[in-house]
Design a binder for this molecule. Structure first.
Ligand SMILES: *[C@@H]1O[C@H](CO)[C@@H](O)[C@H](O)[C@H]1NC(C)=O
Ligand SMILES: *[C@@H]1O[C@H](CO)[C@@H](O)[C@H](O)[C@H]1NC(C)=O
Ligand SMILES: *[C@@H]1O[C@H](CO)[C@@H](O)[C@H](O)[C@H]1NC(C)=O
Ligand SMILES: *[C@@H]1O[C@H](CO)[C@@H](O)[C@H](O)[C@H]1NC(C)=O
Ligand SMILES: *[C@@H]1O[C@H](CO)[C@@H](O)[C@H](O)[C@H]1NC(C)=O
Ligand SMILES: *[C@@H]1O[C@H](CO)[C@@H](O)[C@H](O)[C@H]1NC(C)=O
Ligand SMILES: *[C@@H]1O[C@H](CO)[C@@H](O)[C@H](O)[C@H]1NC(C)=O
Ligand SMILES: *[C@@H]1O[C@H](CO)[C@@H](O)[C@H](O)[C@H]1NC(C)=O
Ligand SMILES: *[C@@H]1O[C@H](CO)[C@@H](O)[C@H](O)[C@H]1NC(C)=O
Ligand SMILES: *[C@@H]1O[C@H](CO)[C@@H](O)[C@H](O)[C@H]1NC(C)=O
Ligand SMILES: *[C@@H]1O[C@H](CO)[C@@H](O)[C@H](O)[C@H]1NC(C)=O
Ligand SMILES: *[C@@H]1O[C@H](CO)[C@@H](O)[C@H](O)[C@H]1NC(C)=O
Length: 412
C-alpha cells in the first residue's frame, strides 16, 4: 500500500501543473478573438496578434499578462470582456494597434502598461493622462508614438506612481515642465521627442538610482545642473536637440560608468573639457552642433577607442594637427593655427549646411555626410529619369518599327 502513495502524489502534481485556465477568462479571450488552441492559451505560444502568460495556480490558472500586437481593426475592449481578466492581470501591452480605443477601465493592480503606436485613429478617444494617473501600482510605464490627451503634464501622470522604476513617454505629446519632485525610485527615464520646456530640474538629479536618462528632442533650456554628478550609476545620458546653454559642468567627470553621452544640437559653449578623455567607459560621444571653442583636448587613441564620435558644427573649435593626424578625418572641424584658432573657418561649408540642419533634425549623422548623401540621391533620381526617358523612347521606336514591319508583311 505504502509505495503507491508517492506515485499518487506525482499523478496529482501532474494534474495540478496542467490545470486549466479559469473558464470566465477563457471566454473573455474567445470574445476578443484571441486564439485559444486546445483551450489552453497559457502555453505562451505567441500568435502573431497576441501573447499571453498565466500563473500556475490551481485548480485554475489565471492570466497575468496580455500583449496585443498588430491588432485587427475590429478589436474592441469593452468593460465586459476586460472585467474577468482584471483580477489577475499584471502586465498589459499594445503594440501597433492604431484603430483601437483605449479601454475605459483598467485594473489598478497593473504593474506594467505599454502602448506603442496605438490608439491613433479615433481622435475623440485617446489615451488620457488622467487615465494613466490611476495606475498607481505601475513599475513600468511605456508610451511611445501614442498621443496623450487631456493633461499631458508629467506631474499629473506620475503624481501617485510611487513604485515606478522604468518610465518611457517618447514620440508623444507630453508638454509642460519636468516635475518638481518624483515620488519614486526610477532607474530608467526616456522622455525624448516631446514638448517639455523649462530647465533640467534638480528633481531629476535626486533620482540617484538612474542608469539611463534621455531628454533629447525637447525644448529644455538653461544649464546642465552641477548636481548631475549625483547620478553616480548613470550609463546613458542624452540631452541632444534642446536649447541648453552654458558650459559642460566639471561635475560630469565624477560619473564613473558613463558610456553614452549625447549633448549635440544645443547652445553649449566654453571649451570642451579635457576630463572627458579620462572617462574610461565612454564609447559614444556626440558634441556636434554647439558653440564650443578652442583646441579639442583629445588625442588619436582616445578618439579611436570610441564607437561613435561627432564634434562638427562648432565653428570656433579646432584640432591640433600634431596630436590628431588629419587621416582621422574629423567631420566639420578645422585644424588649429599656432594660436589655437581654426585655420580655415568652416563658414562656407556651414552656409550650405545650415539649410540642411532643419532637415537633419531627425538623424544623428554629421552634416557633411548627409550633404553628400543627399546630392547622390538627387543625382540618382536624375539618372533614373534619364534612363526612363531613354527606355520610353526605345519602346515607342520599337512599336513603330513593328507596326511598319507588319504593314510591309501584309503588303507582301
Ligand atoms: C514567452 O514568450 C516570449 C516571446 O514570445 C518570451 O520572451 C518569454 O520568455 C516567454 N515566457 C515564458 C514564461 O516562456
Ligand atoms: C506552438 O504551436 C504550434 C502549432 O500551433 C506547435 O506546433 C508548437 O509545438 C507549439 N509550441 C509550443 C512551445 O507550444
Ligand atoms: C511584466 O512586467 C514586469 C515589469 O513591471 C516585467 O519584469 C515582467 O517580465 C513582465 N512579465 C511579462 C510576462 O511580460
Ligand atoms: C518624433 O516624434 C514624431 C511623432 O510624434 C515622429 O514623427 C518623429 O520621427 C520623432 N523623431 C525622433 C527623432 O524620434
Ligand atoms: C499634440 O498637442 C498639441 C497641443 O499641445 C495639438 O495641437 C496636437 O494636435 C497634438 N498632436 C497629436 C498628434 O495629438
Ligand atoms: C529604491 O530601490 C532600492 C533598490 O532598487 C530599494 O532598496 C529601495 O527600498 C527603493 N526605495 C523606495 C522608496 O522604493
Ligand atoms: C534618446 O531618444 C532618441 C529619440 O527618441 C533616440 O533616437 C536615441 O537613441 C535615444 N538615446 C538613448 C541613449 O537612449
Ligand atoms: C547631491 O548630493 C549631495 C551630496 O552627495 C547633496 O548634498 C545634494 O543635496 C545633492 N543634490 C541634489 C540636487 O540631489
Ligand atoms: C545604453 O544605450 C545602449 C545603446 O544605445 C544600450 O545598449 C544600453 O542597454 C543602454 N543602457 C541602459 C542602462 O539603458
Ligand atoms: C556662454 O553662454 C552663456 C549663456 O548663454 C553666456 O553668459 C556666456 O558669456 C557664454 N560664454 C562664452 C565663453 O561664450
Ligand atoms: C591620449 O589621452 C589619454 C587620455 O587623456 C591618455 O591616457 C593617453 O596616454 C594619451 N595617449 C597618447 C599617445 O598621448
Ligand atoms: C599642438 O600640440 C603640440 C604638441 O603637443 C604643442 O606643442 C602645440 O603647442 C599645440 N598647438 C596648439 C595650438 O595647441
Amino acid at each position: 500500500m505504502k509505495p503507491l502513495q508517492p506515485l499518487l502524489l506525482l499523478l496529482l502534481l501532474a494534474a495540478v501543473s496542467a490545470s486549466p485556465l479559469y473558464p470566465k477568462q477563457l471566454k473573455a479571450l474567445q470574445s476578443l478573438n484571441i486564439p485559444t488552441p486546445t483551450n489552453d492559451p497559457c502555453n505562451n505560444n505567441s500568435s502573431s496578434s497576441s501573447s499571453i502568460t498565466c500563473d500556475d495556480a490551481s485548480p485554475y490558472r489565471h492570466i497575468t499578462s496580455i500583449s496585443f500586437i498588430n491588432c485587427s481593426p475590429k478589436l474592441s475592449l469593452t468593460y465586459k470582456t476586460l472585467k474577468p481578466l482584471s483580477k489577475s492581470l499584471l502586465n498589459l501591452s499594445f503594440t501597433n494597434c492604431p484603430s483601437l480605443s483605449p479601454p475605459h477601465h483598467l485594473p489598478i493592480t497593473l504593474r506594467s502598461f505599454s502602448a506603442v503606436s496605438s490608439f491613433l485613429h479615433n481622435r475623440r478617444s485617446r489615451l488620457s493622462g488622467l487615465f494613466l494617473a490611476r495606475l498607481i501600482n505601475l513599475q513600468t510605464l511605456k508610451i511611445s508614438s501614442t498621443p496623450i490627451s487631456t493633461s499631458r503634464r508629467l506631474y499629473v501622470i506620475l503624481g501617485n506612481m510611487h513604485k515606478l522604476t522604468s518610465l518611457t513617454i517618447s514620440n508623444s505629446n507630453l508638454s509642460g515642465l519636468i516635475p518638481k519632485s518624483f515620488h519614486s525610485n526610477l532607474t530608467y527615464i526616456d522622455l525624448s521627442n516631446s514638448s517639455l520646456k523649462g530647465s533640467i530640474r534638480t528633481s531629476l538629479t535626486r533620482l540617484t538610482n538612474l542608469k539611463s536618462l534621455n531628454l533629447s528632442h525637447n525644448s529644455l533650456s538653461g544649464q546642465i545642473p552641477n548636481s548631475i554628478k549625483n547620478l553616480t550609476f548613470l550609463q546613458n545620458l542624452s540631452l541632444a536637440s534642446n536649447k541648453l546653454s552654458g558650459t559642460i559642468p566639471n561635475t560630469l567627470s565624477s560619473i564613473p560608468e558613463l558610456t553614452h553621452l549625447d549633448l549635440s544640437k544645443n547652445q553649449l559653449n566654453g571649451t570642451v573639457p579635457s576630463f572627458i578623455s579620462e572617462m574610461k567607459n565612454l564609447k559614444h560621444l556626440n558634441l556636434a552642433d554647439n558653440s564650443f571653442h578652442g583646441v579639442l583636448p583629445f588625442n588619436e587613441s582616445f578618439i579611436k577607442n570610441l564607437n561613435f564620435f561627432e564634434i562638427g558644427g562648432n565653428s570656433e573649435l579646432c584640432y591640433n594637427k600634431t596630436v590628431i593626424p588629419t587621416s582621422l578625418k574629423l567631420e566639420g572641424v578645422a585644424p588649429c593655427d599656432k594660436y589655437g584658432f581654426p585655420l580655415w573657418s568652416p563658414s562656407e561649408k556651414e552656409e550650405s549646411l545650415s539649410g540642411e540642419n532643419d532637415y537633419g533634425d531627425y538623424g544623428g549623422g554629421g552634416g557633411n555626410e548627409k550633404m553628400t548623401e543627399k546630392k547622390e540621391e538627387h543625382n540618382g533620381s536624375n539618372k533614373t529619369l534619364f534612363g526612363l526617358g531613354i527606355g520610353l523612347f526605345s519602346l515607342v521606336f520599337l512599336i513603330l518599327f513593328l507596326f511598319y514591319v507588319a504593314k510591309r508583311c501584309r503588303w507582301i
